[in-house]
Design a protein around this ligand. Structure first.
Ligand SMILES: [Zn+2]
Length: 210
């Protein structure tokens, strides 16, 4: 019996892996698992015990109950969806629906040239393996590419001079919108972090001199 259980779970996993990035519904998953009645339990096991980051409506507002999504085959041990929909929405809003690592926005064309538009997920600022938690202040919006550690393959950043000349030529209301966006972005994370970093360095220097 346990062999059969393993079999259906394995088949469900294969089905998810063959459909990465696609929203799957319960019926399809059950069929993939040879009609096993406990397919939902198998999905939970894949997520909680084997670390496959299978998302459901509890993780993403755009998924309906009964829909599941595996966005990556990267396994995260101890992956749990402790992050509520509300927290997720709040963090995304705070971060202006923009990846806090590379700056792409939700719905932008894939900077790597892929067929799908940019989707954001939540990443931990301090990794959970290093003691980070699921609180909103330890979470930030990141795109799937950055979340999977692919940020090194991002296209080159625009040059500052070129960027400033673009901004100077932009309409005033666009400049104001940009200012608002920047204020919103830096109010929350980078400024504070930088301030902390500088303080930390000063302290270290003083201590080192003694
Ligand atoms: Zn990114």
């Amino acid at each position: 019996m346990s062999k059969k259980r393993f079999g259906s779970k394995h088949k469900i996993l294969e089905f998810f892996l063959a459909n990465i990035g696609k929203v799957l519904n319960g019926k399809e998953i059950q069929e993939a698992g040879d009609g096993v009645t406990e397919w939902a339990r198998r999905v939970r096991e894949l997520r909680n015990e084997e670390g496959y980051q299978i998302l459901s409506h509890k993780d993403r507002a755009d998924l309906k109950p009964g829909q599941y999504l595996l966005q990556t085959d990267v396994r995260v041990l101890g992956f749990k969806r402790n992050i509520s929909k509300e927290t997720r929405a709040w963090v995304l809003e705070r971060n202006g629906y923009t990846c806090q690592m590379c700056g792409v926005a939700a719905g932008d064309a894939d900077p790597l040239g892929g067929p799908r538009t940019v989707r954001l997920t939540l990443g931990h600022i301090v990794d959970k393996s290093k003691g980070g938690d699921d609180s909103p202040k330890n979470l930030r919006a990141v795109c799937m590419a950055c979340n999977e550690g692919l940020q090194n393959t991002s296209p080159p950043k625009p040059d500052q001079i070129q960027l400033l000349s673009q901004v100077r030529r932009a309409r005033i209301d666009d400049q104001q919108a940009l200012l608002e966006w920047l204020l919103n972005k830096f109010e929350h994370s980078v400024v504070k972090k930088k301030a902390k970093g500088i303080k930390g360095k000063v302290k270290k220097k003083k201590k080192g001199k003694r």
